[in-house]
Write a protein that binds this ligand. Structure first.
Ligand SMILES: *[C@@H]1O[C@H](CO)[C@@H](O)[C@H](O)[C@H]1NC(C)=O
Ligand SMILES: *[C@@H]1O[C@H](CO)[C@@H](O)[C@H](O)[C@H]1NC(C)=O
Ligand SMILES: *[C@@H]1O[C@H](CO)[C@@H](O)[C@H](O)[C@H]1NC(C)=O
Ligand SMILES: *[C@@H]1O[C@H](CO)[C@@H](O)[C@H](O)[C@H]1NC(C)=O
Ligand SMILES: *[C@@H]1O[C@H](CO)[C@@H](O)[C@H](O)[C@H]1NC(C)=O
Length: 310
C-alpha cells in the first residue's frame, strides 16, 4: 500500500513536470515579475505554466518566451532585473502603463535576441542604461514619453540594425553623442530612419559629424530642446529626409544653403530660433507642404519677406 502511494506520488510528479510547456528559466523569470507587478491579466494567476496554459501577453516558441506584450494594462510596479532571464525574447512591449516606474534595469542588455523594445508612455525614470548598446539585433527602440534623465548613451551607436530610435518627451540632457576613435556615436546608425529626440533638454550644438550621405533618415525631430550653434550643412547631405524639425531651440547663424538638396522634404520647421537669412532657394523642393520660420531673422531686413511662410 505504502509502495503504491509512493508510486502514485512519483507518477503525479512526473506528469506535472511533463505538463509544463515552459522552459524553467523563463518560467522563473516570469514568476518573479508576477510577484512585483500589480493589475496583471487574470490568466497570470490561473496557471503556473506561462506557455502551456498561456498567460495573456506571453508568446512562446519551442518552450521559450519569444514575446511579452502587455501594453495599456494599467500595470503597476518596477521593471526588475529578472526580465534579463528571458534570453530568447525578441519583442518586449510594456507601453502605456503609467504606473510602471523606477529605473530601466541594465539587465535589459542581457536580452541578446531582442528586436523590438517598446516602453513608450510609462513612468520610467533615471538614466538610459549603457547596456542597451549591447542589443545587437535591436531594430526598434522606443523610450519616448517617460521621465528619463541623464545623457544619451554613446553606446546606442553600436545598434547597427536600428531603424527606429525614439527618445522624445523625456528630460534628457547633454549633447548629441557622435563617435570618436574610442567610442561609438549616433552617426554610426546608418540604418536609422527615425531620430526622434524632441521635447528634451538636450544642449550644445548639433555636431556636423552626426550626418553623412550614407544615412537614410526620413524623420529628424530635434524640436523643443536647448540646442545652440548653427545648423550643420551636413544635414543637406541626407537626401532621404522628409520631415526636419529644429524649432524651439537656440540655433543661430545662417540656414545652410544646401538644405535645398533635400528634394523629398515635406515639412521644414525652423521656427523659434535665432537664425539669420537668407533662406535656402526653395526651387526643386516640390514636396514641401509646411515650412515654419516664425520668430527668426529678427535683426535682418529680410524679416518681412518671410512672413508669408510663417
Ligand atoms: C554591455 O555593455 C556594457 C556598457 O556599455 C559593457 O560594460 C559590458 O561589458 C557589455 N556586456 C556584454 C556582455 O557585452
Ligand atoms: C513624469 O513626467 C510627467 C509628464 O512629463 C509629469 O507629469 C510627472 O510629474 C513626472 N513624474 C516624475 C516622478 O517626475
Ligand atoms: C561597441 O561595439 C564594439 C565592437 O563590438 C565594442 O568593442 C565596444 O566595446 C562597444 N562599445 C560600447 C560603448 O558598448
Ligand atoms: C552652447 O551652450 C553651451 C552650454 O550648453 C555653451 O557652453 C556654449 O558656449 C554654447 N555655444 C554657443 C555657440 O552658443
Ligand atoms: C533658385 O534655383 C533655381 C534653379 O536652380 C534658379 O533658377 C533660381 O534663379 C534660383 N533663385 C534664386 C533666388 O537664387
Amino acid at each position: 500500500m505504502g509502495r503504491l502511494l509512493l508510486l502514485l506520488m512519483f507518477f503525479s510528479a512526473a506528469v506535472h513536470v511533463s505538463l509544463s510547456a515552459t522552459d524553467p528559466r523563463d518560467a522563473a523569470a516570469l514568476r518573479s515579475l508576477k510577484e512585483i507587478w500589480r493589475n496583471l491579466p487574470p490568466s497570470w494567476t490561473q496557471s503556473d505554466d506561462p506557455c502551456g496554459f498561456p498567460w495573456e501577453g506571453v508568446t512562446c516558441k519551442n518552450s521559450r518566451v519569444s514575446a511579452l506584450g502587455l501594453s495599456s494594462m494599467g500595470l503597476k510596479g518596477k521593471l526588475s532585473g529578472d526580465i534579463g532571464g528571458l534570453t530568447e525574447l525578441k519583442s518586449l512591449d510594456l507601453s502605456y502603463n503609467r504606473d510602471l516606474t523606477g529605473p530601466l534595469t541594465p539587465r535589459l542588455g542581457d536580452l541578446q535576441k531582442l528586436n523590438i523594445l517598446i516602453l513608450v508612455g510609462c513612468g520610467f525614470s533615471g538614466g538610459i542604461p549603457d547596456e542597451l548598446g549591447n542589443l545587437s539585433e535591436l531594430s526598434f527602440l522606443a523610450l519616448n514619453s517617460n521621465n528619463l534623465t541623464g545623457r544619451i548613451p554613446p553606446s546606442l551607436g553600436n545598434l547597427s540594425q536600428l531603424y527606429w530610435l525614439d527618445l522624445a518627451d523625456n528630460q534628457l540632457t547633454g549633447n548629441l553623442p557622435v563617435s570618436t576613435p574610442d567610442t561609438p556615436g549616433l552617426d554610426l546608425l546608418l540604418k536609422a530612419k527615425h531620430f526622434h529626440f524632441n521635447k528634451n533638454q538636450l544642449s550644445g550644438s548639433i555636431p556636423p559629424k552626426l550626418f553623412s550621405p550614407e544615412m537614410v533618415l526620413i524623420h529628424v525631430l530635434f524640436d523643443g530642446n536647448q540646442l545652440n550653434g548653427s545648423i550643420p550643412d551636413t544635414l543637406g547631405l541626407v537626401a532621404t529626409i522628409e520631415v526636419l524639425r529644429l524649432d524651439r531651440n537656440a540655433l543661430a547663424g545662417r540656414v545652410p544653403s544646401n538644405l535645398n538638396n533635400l528634394l523629398n522634404i515635406n515639412e521644414l520647421n525652423l521656427a523659434h530660433n535665432r537664425l539669420t537669412g537668407p533662406l535656402p532657394n526653395l526651387t526643386g523642393m516640390n514636396n514641401l507642404n509646411y515650412m515654419y520660420v516664425l520668430d527668426n531673422f529678427k535683426s535682418t531686413s529680410l524679416d518681412t519677406d518671410f512672413h508669408s511662410y510663417a
